[in-house]
Design a binder for this molecule. Structure first.
Ligand SMILES: [Ca+2]
Ligand SMILES: [Ca+2]
Length: 213
């Protein structure tokens, strides 16, 4: 269960300002994706709608494995450049770096480890073209540190996923905190290991940014 309003902003604002800019181009192109939250699919959820269903949270998951699973299932089109905001279809990618804020460009989606996957829909499903954001660190080969006191990267969600995330799962020893406003501001969740439905805690379609540790 995720606690609501359990943290308050503590990050230096100045350090984050530069990272708050999102490209309007990709977001605009994305707007036609017609995001839909579909509450009527719980009973039929299966591996066919979640290519990562057989993986336990905290399991090892490389970006290469994500690519293989998505492509083999015909689940979406890879974005050619990094960043959730550049996603061309259901799946988008955000490369984050230890100690830095923002989805980084210049990294391809064949290196590194996945730290978290966020879903527009609840229960990790991708039906109705539900959007999926794959957050990874291109430099990681081991995973996150066991402590949560260190900032292992974060970013704002792009417009297409802003106030839309409904479930989340973490990998490689990482945890995620969701923040209600961009720049890790206002109210944040406790550290989330895995949450298949953010609605009971009041965090459904609320998050605008995230941090990893
Ligand atoms: Ca949603
Ligand atoms: Ca950590």
């Amino acid at each position: 269960m995720v606690g609501r309003f359990t943290r308050t902003s503590a990050r230096p604002v100045a350090a984050l300002i530069a990272a708050l800019v999102l490209s309007a181009g990709p977001a605009a192109a994305f707007a036609a994706a017609a995001p839909v939250d579909s509450p009527a699919v719980t009973a039929s959820l299966s591996a066919s709608t979640d290519p990562f269903a057989d993986l336990a949270a905290d399991g090892s998951l490389t970006v290469k494995e994500v690519r293989a699973r998505i492509e083999s299932g015909g689940m979406g089109t890879m974005a050619k450049s990094g960043g959730i905001g550049t996603m061309a279809n259901t799946y988008g990618y955000c490369a984050i770096l230890d100690g830095q804020f923002g989805c980084k460009s210049g990294y391809n989606t064949s290196d590194g480890l996945v730290v978290a996957i966020v879903y527009e829909n609840r229960w990790f499903n991708t039906q109705n073209d539900g959007l999926v954001g794959v957050i990874y660190n291109p430099n990681y080969s081991v995973g996150c540190t066991s402590r949560t006191s260190d900032f292992e990267g974060g970013a704002n969600f792009p417009a297409v996923l802003d106030d839309k995330v409904s479930s989340v799962r973490t990998y490689n020893g990482c945890d995620i905190t969701l923040w209600s406003r961009s720049g890790l501001q206002f109210e944040g969740t406790s550290w989330i290991h895995e949450e298949d439905d953010l609605n009971p805690s009041g965090w459904n379609n609320v998050a605008s940014s995230f941090e990893i540790s």
